[in-house]
Ligand binder design. Structure first.
Ligand code: CP
Length: 306
């Protein structure tokens, strides 16, 4: 089954059928990842450029692995060591890369809208690997996939996204995707980190973390983005951890199971205590494994559209 778009720029407006198709396709690829030989010839002859203008560990390696598992030729671009340091513009850089006959571009950039811009200036399929504080669609897809695998469904679940909602592309993509899949979504964090118009997206706001833990089936706990000046939004990291950090003591109080997700990288002792980060409620590394399958599914579905 084909997707309705030849790009994946975000999950805003993506139909339920497309999300369902990606999650179902990822199931097939997840099984391939368990085989002794984890490679299929599906994208043989296709070339994918991973254009990372921002730091990444999980997303970058995950996309590269996904491309290699599908037998595509994977090319990695990072600004250090490139002609960007000689003053070449983003547009010229992209035009030159595409002149080498690439088929797909995976892009991470600090500027929101960069993936959309790329669709205007080149012919390749564009996949957003995180654009500023806008969207990170493959992260939300792997989060949804992981929840669906663990609980068996998405529809009707209550899921709370915790932390710096205002600056999080993971939050926005999760909100769009989860709402489309029939989830009751809430957000929890300091009021300075909750956008004033967040309710317009159809989510509830909870300011008390213990209430968020009590009321939800799943918590998706965001990283406090210290590199994006997150410290300016609360008095101290210690205070953030005290009021919003997920600790085992807090989880033990509710007397029921709850699933804890985190997109990584974790600030241990800030948004999650180490005990929770390594504990039985979290599925952090399971998310990372599923990320390869989700990215294989997206690459396959877009790469075979052409
Ligand atoms: N979750 C995530 O996007 O991690 P990276 O920044 O390491 O890619």
């Amino acid at each position: 089954m084909a997707l309705s778009s030849r790009h994946l720029l975000g999950l805003q407006g993506v139909p339920k059928e497309d999300i369902q198709t990606i999650l179902d396709t990822a199931n097939t690829f997840r099984e391939i990842l368990e085989r002794p030989i984890k490679k299929v010839p599906t994208l043989q002859g296709k070339t994918v450029v991973n254009l990372f203008y921002e730091s990444s560990t999980r997303t970058r390696i995950s996309f590269e692995l996904a491309e290699k598992r599908l037998s595509a030729d994977a090319i990695n671009f990072s600004i250090s060591g490139s002609s960007v340091s000689k003053g070449e513009t983003f547009k010229d850089t992209m035009k030159n890369i595409e002149a080498m006959k690439v088929d797909m571009v995976v892009v991470r950039h600090s500027a929101a809208g960069t993936p959309l811009y790329l669709t205007k200036i080149c012919n390749s399929n564009i996949i957003n690997a995180g654009d500023g504080t806008h969207e990170h669609p493959t992260q939300a897809l792997l989060d949804m996939y992981s929840i669906r695998q663990k609980i068996g469904r998405l529809e009707g679940l209550k899921i709370c996204i915790v932390g710096d909602i205002a600056h999080s592309r993971v939050a926005l993509s999760n909100i769009f995707g989860l709402k489309t899949m029939g989830v009751k979504v809430s957000v929890c964090g300091p009021s300075t980190m909750i956008p004033r118009d967040i309710k317009d997206l159809g989510v509830d706001v909870i300011y008390d973390i213990d209430e968020a833990i009590q009321e939800n089936d799943v918590l998706n706990v965001l990283r406090i983005q210290l590199e994006r000046k997150a410290r300016e939004y609360f008095p101290s990291i210690r205070e953030y951890a005290k009021y919003f950090g997920i600790t085992q003591e807090r989880l033990d109080k509710i007397g029921k199971d709850i699933l804890i997700l985190h997109p990584g990288p974790i600030n241990r002792g800030v948004e999650l205590s180490s005990e929770v980060a390594d504990g039985s409620s979290q599925i952090i590394l399971y998310q990372v494994t599923n990320g390869v399958a989700i990215r294989m599914a997206v690459l396959y579905l877009l790469g075979t559209l052409n």
